[in-house]
Design a protein around this ligand. Structure first.
Ligand code: HEM
Length: 387
């Protein structure tokens, strides 16, 4: 049973707010409590156990932490993505569906297959650059580059611009359309060229689309391209860092995957369950829902949902061969991530290239840099020995 009753319809019984189990502590904990950014899992345990739906006053949002509730909330049409704007994640009206329909063909099917060889090539280039070294930081020298190169290729931007996009991603181009002032100026000449001479890339598709009989304005094209670049460069980079950290922490599992590459997809999904790169997905309530007032912000805690013991056996354990897989790291419902197949493909080629070129790859001795971040979370560095 979830905290979320289905939307009220004329024939349905009136919605009754569910009873939230009584709390042990008097004051509910907050995401902003000291230490949470360092390790949010003790807080998540308390929330799931005692405060499954609670208003976090310092954070300014209602927190939802159990797997079933997070899933139900993400699928609930009464809870919409905040801040209307031109990026797919930010519209709830027909614009959202239109923008999804424009972006999605470039990220699946034939288009995705066409991207695969470029991603593979880049993964090998990056891995070979490390081959002569004794040690490296995989976050700075691999994870932060490969997904950016994949997104640059998907958009059809010049490979040489990967470094510039990489720099933006490191300084604030976030998953859902975060903008950089320089991004508009950078994309403008590409947009002009694609409008005149379209190719078969995503930027061309955006530039030539006429969703309501008119071309998309430059601003919308830039916002959609910015979403794709940010989603890859920031979110996939973080997910890749956690994935490699989890595998290097479990050399037995890594050896099995080395021998049986077809197991890589399961390991990737398991890492996204245990350590998703996005821990918080926000929603805004269109109407009162139980105790949640109209207009309130709701925080769907993906990081807490992925470790819910009611859903997963031994949820803190990383088990690449888990018998009860399933994660919400890509969201659920009408905003489900459009880049999930590209992210998985990037992880699969990335791991394969590293294992092939660097057969002695292992964790560097010494303390393991912990994951950091409250909203987005991953290890900031991943020091490894290469020989
Ligand atoms: C491991 C990597 C990734 C994770 C964990 C992830 C996660 C998510 C999540 C949780 C959402 C839903 C947000 C919401 O419900 O408000 C989302 C949406 C989205 N993602 Fe990703 N993402 C990843 C990679 C990518 C990549 C590589 C791309 C593009 C190349 C991408 C493009 C998008 C877009 C366009 C949306 C908006 C969809 C919509 O609103 O309809 N993502 N992603």
């Amino acid at each position: 049973m979830t905290l979320f009753a289905p939307p009220r319809s004329s024939s349905a019984a009136p919605y009754v707010a569910p009873r939230v189990p009584s709390a042990r502590a008097t004051a509910p904990p907050s995401l902003l409590d000291p230490g949470t950014e360092h390790d949010p899992h003790p807080l998540y345990r308390t929330l799931r156990g005692h405060f499954p739906l609670v208003y976090d006053e310092p954070f300014g949002a209602w927190l939802i932490s159990r797997y079933a509730d997070v899933r139900a909330a993400l699928q609930d049409p009464r809870l919409v993505a905040p801040s209307p704007g031109p990026a797919p994640a930010h519209g709830e009206d027909s614009t959202h569906g239109t923008h999804r329909a424009l972006v999605s063909p470039a990220l699946r099917g034939h288009a995705l297959a066409a991207l695969a060889s470029g991603v593979e090539r880049t993964a090998y280039v990056l891995a070979r650059r490390l081959a002569a070294r004794q040690e490296a930081d995989l976050v700075a020298e691999f994870c932060q580059w490969l997904p950016v190169a994949a997104a640059v290729a998907a958009l059809g931007l010049p490979y040489e611009d990967t470094a510039r996009v990489h720099a933006w991603c490191r300084t604030g181009l976030d998953h859902l359309g975060g903008r950089r002032p320089g991004l508009d100026a950078f994309l403008r000449p590409h947009i002009v060229r694609r409008r005149a001479h379209p190719g078969d890339d995503l930027l061309s598709a955006l530039c030539t689309a006429r969703p309501d009989g008119r071309p998309l304005p430059d601003e919308a094209v830039t916002a959609l391209a910015g979403t794709v670049l940010g989603a890859a460069g920031e979110t996939t980079a973080r997910a890749l860092a956690s994935f490699l950290a989890n595998l290097l922490d479990h050399p037995g599992q890594l050896d099995l995957i080395r021998a049986r590459p077809e197991l890589t997809g399961g390991a990737w999904a398991e890492s996204l369950r245990r350590d998703p790169p996005l821990h918080v997905v926000p929603r805004r309530a269109l109407e009162p829902i139980g105790p949640i007032p109209e207009g309130a912000t709701v925080a769907c805690l993906l990081g807490a949902a992925g470790r819910d013991p009611a859903r997963f056996t031994d949820p803190d354990r990383f088990d690449a061969f888990r018998a009860d897989p399933g994660e919400l790291a890509y969201g659920s419902g009408q905003h489900f991530c459009l880049g999930a197949p590209l992210a998985r493909l990037t992880a699969e080629h990335g791991l394969r290239a590293l294992l092939t070129v660097l057969p002695d790859l292992r964790r560097a001795p010494g303390p393991r840099p912990p994951a950091e971040g409250l909203i987005s979370r991953s290890p900031r560095t991943l020091p490894v020995c290469l020989r």
